[in-house]
Design a protein around this ligand. Structure first.
Ligand code: NAD
Length: 739
């Protein structure tokens, strides 16, 4: 019999080599078809007396990325379709479907024939769960090999036996740590944890796996043997009593109860370890069925898996333009941003000319790359050879003639229209006519800057976030005249440097900064109302924001906030900024010289290490303080998420962002908008526009106009629409509405 996704060869010793190699896919994943074929293979190995055992490996560089989450998407669809008819039956159907993968692995494990997984490359999620169900696991010593159960990162958890097998192979603490963080393991770490049996040279992988079977590997898992004892001791033991109260407390500290998927890992492990294995699998399946029905899982899978991948693969790229092979990039301005942009470009293997006013300034910018890669080397993540190659790709220069031949130039000079105008003209004088010119401006509209260009069609915004080497998002900004070709080149560049792009129309603050300013502005309101500063910071983190708004204000600099406010007043008039906010930043900057982290004084104090930063004690004295016990922390949390989500809705209404996937993914990647919500718009969709509008109206009455609902939301509430209905990124109509 032949298979589409596997090859099966039985050798002279009667050992079947099952090679997983899906056609037309760069990576193996579990699909319904793969599961069906594997099921047939397990049957065949089990029934054929001539077959003594089986080794499963991959025919690709990596082993497998795990389950194809689009399969989950289909499962959701079936569930929702059935739910409309019969709620109880829908849940039963979901329960049945979620058990399929786990059932298959259990069948393999209890087949009576020994199975060994030969892990030749990255092995994640469902694939690692399958490997854990094998009786033996051999891993290649290639440093690129990683294993793990990352499901928690998309709001779910390992639901095909992972939560039961891992803590039966290693101690519970390590098991919980690995699964609740979703972190991946190196081969040696997995071996030390007892999750794999052998780490061998890549060339000897299959041979070693076969050897295990020939040496008489028992086709029975430890937990199916009589008298099995948990490696970390039972739940009800001194060790268990030490671990479990702390584990729940740590989870609470890390997640504030916002991630039901993570909490279910603890519940599955705790309850599962108290009962026999097959019952334990049922417990896991029940929790998994429950988690799949949560809003959090639905939203996180959509934004952090499906949409993220689609954007990375160029969902917004004009399809009719041929991909660009970028052979040379210019970066003008070798300061804070330009130096880092040059680094990420060279890291992607693209030659880059880094230009500043003097060769010294350009060299200083290049030295930043040397610093960054040296740090990588110290962490064992880069070699001396890679450093040489990287630095060899960066040419520091003060001569515009060196930009000749560049396919794309990114300007990152001072935030000053006149300076930018001169630079645009000088660069265009040497650039080939087809070259694309991009500005990294954070505040100046692209259409205005493009006036300095003799070819505004080729002019675009490529807005990076700091620190450039860590931040995964890039905003690509379209000026009025920007062509599809310029967009395609910009997106090809973003893809080459392995970042995620969102495409945004031209406006003051674009998308990300408009939202971030709302976040900070609401914290100013709270300060002025007399909410204790620590409560402001804690409420924001409890709402799911990674960094409190005051801490964020310090990172981005309070004097920058002051500059932005002043500029807004000049450009848009007095009403553009709340005068109390101007007074607050003026007091901090002008009276107390508190500019933020950069001068060691902001909303926080920054004492010398090892002391930790702490809120500036005097901050409390600026405004009469309310009694913390009388403040509803739930309302504070809501105010933060609402003020940002409302701004995102306005941005959609104005047509600045046109695709809800970009608003959602952008908000999580750029400023960590409560990831469990799936992003700014999914937060609204998750509770429904009607409920959102009702709450926003209440907040507006109590706290002010920042909570005013845009017309778009009122209309959506009336029609019962979601953003993904109205601006459906997959339908022609949705695209039209956005345009
Ligand atoms: P910076 O002051 O650190 O660097 C600017 C560099 O441009 C300096 O090295 C300066 O010598 C050089 N320069 C000035 N005039 C020049 C000229 N005529 N020719 C060549 N080089 C010239 O500033 P930065 O923080 O890197 O910001 C640069 C741009 O990036 C600005 O437009 C800013 O709005 C934008 N930006 C900044 C951030 C941020 O977090 N700092 C984030 C996103 C975007």
């Amino acid at each position: 019999m032949t298979y589409t996704n596997f090859k099966l060869d039985v050798d002279a010793d009667g050992i079947a080599l099952v090679t997983w190699d899906m056609p037309d896919r760069s990576m193996n994943v579990f699909t319904e078809e793969v599961m069906k074929e594997l099921d047939t293979i397990v049957d065949r190995v089990t029934k054929d007396d001539a077959v003594k055992g089986a080794v499963i490996t991959s025919g690709k560089d990596t082993f497998s990325g795990g389950a194809d989450l689009t399969m989950l998407k289909r499962m959701f669809q079936l569930f929702h379709d059935e739910k409309a008819r019969d709620q109880k039956k829908a849940v039963e159907l979901l329960f049945e479907n979620t058990g399929k993968m786990g059932g298959l692995f259990r069948k393999l494990e209890t087949s009576g024939k020994p199975w060994v997984s030969a892990i030749n490359g990255t092995c994640m999620g469902g694939a690692f769960e399958m490997s854990l169900a094998c009786h033996g696991r051999v891993v290649s010593d290639d440093p690129a090999v990683k294993m793990g159960l990352p499901e928690v990162k998309v709001g779910i958890f390992p639901g095909a036996g992972g939560t039961q097998r891992v803590p039966r192979l290693t101690n519970q603490q390590d098991a919980l740590q690995m699964m609740t963080t979703g972190s991946s393991l190196t081969a040696s770490r997995a071996k030390a944890m007892g999750l794999v049996h052998e780490v061998v040279p890549a060339k000897k992988l299959v041979e070693s796996a076969k050897k295990m079977i020939k040496a008489g590997l028992k086709p029975v898992q430890p937990w199916d043997e009589k008298g099995f004892k948990l490696p970390g001791g039972p739940i009800y033991s001194a060790a268990g009593a030490n671990l479990w109260p702390a584990a729940t407390a740590i989870l609470r500290r890390e997640t504030y109860g916002n991630y039901p998927g993570a909490a279910s890992i603890l519940k599955s492990v705790y309850e599962g370890l108290l009962v026999p294995f097959d019952t334990a699998l049922k417990i896991e399946q029940r929790y998994f069925t429950k988690i799949l029905q949560t809003t959090e899982a639905g939203m996180m899978i959509r934004s952090l898996f499906v949409s993220l991948q689609e954007l990375n693969k160029g969902a917004r790229r004009p399809a009719d333009i041929k991909p660009t092979r970028l052979k040379k990039i210019g970066v003008v301005g070798a300061g804070f941003m330009g130096a880092s942009i040059a680094y990420v470009t060279a890291k992607a293997g693209i030659p880059v000319v880094l230009l500043d006013q003097s060769v010294e300034a350009a060299e200083k910018g290049k030295a930043h790359s040397a610093d960054l890669i040296t740090k990588e080397m110290q962490r064992g993540k880069a070699t001396a050879e890679e450093k040489d190659v990287l630095l060899g790709l960066i040419t520091a220069s003060a001569d515009y003639a060196d930009l000749d031949g560049a396919d794309l130039v990114i300007e990152a000079v001072f935030e000053d229209r006149e300076v930018k105008r001169v630079v645009t003209e000088k660069a265009e004088a040497v650039l080939k006519p087809a070259a694309i010119y991009a500005s990294n401006t954070s505040t100046l509209p692209i259409t205005g800057l493009a006036k300095a260009s003799s070819r505004p069609k080729n002019f675009i915004g490529i807005h990076f976030f700091s620190p450039v080497d860590k931040m995964m998002l890039v905003e690509v900004i379209l000026g009025k005249k920007t062509s599809d070709k310029a967009l395609a080149v910009a997106l090809d560049f973003v893809r080459a440097i392995k970042k995620t792009p969102i495409v945004v129309n031209d406006t003051r603050g674009f998308y990300v900064n408009r939202c971030v300013l709302r976040y900070m502005s609401e914290s100013y309101n709270m300060l002025i109302e007399g909410v204790p500063p620590a409560m402001i910071e804690n409420a924001a983190r409890m709402a799911g924001m990674p960094v409190g708004p005051l801490a964020l204000g310090d990172e981005t600099a309070i004097d920058l906030a002051q500059k932005i406010m002043k500029a807004a007043v000049v450009d848009l008039g007095e009403k553009a900024v709340d005068p109390r906010h101007i007074e607050l930043v003026n007091t901090l900057v002008d009276k107390y010289d508190r500019r933020g982290r950069k001068n060691g004084k902001g909303f926080y104090d920054y004492p010398a290490k090892p002391a930790k930063k702490h809120l500036w004690p005097e901050l409390k004295t600026l405004f009469p303080q309310q009694d913390a016990d009388k403040i509803d922390v739930e309302v504070l949390k809501q105010r933060f998420l609402f003020t940002i989500a409302l701004e995102a809705a306005r941005v959609m209404e104005e047509g600045i962002v046109t695709d809800p996937r970009e608003a959602d993914v952008g908000s999580i990647l750029a400023f960590g908008f409560a990831p469990y919500t799936g992003g700014t718009l999914s937060y609204i969709d998750g509770m429904g526009a009607a409920k959102f509008v009702e709450i926003a109206k209440g907040l507006q009455r109590k706290y002010g106009a920042q909570f005013r609902t845009p017309k778009l939301l009122l209309e959506m509430a009336e029609k019962g629409e979601t953003f993904y209905d109205r601006f459906n990124p997959y339908s022609v109509e949705g695209k039209k509405e956005a345009a």
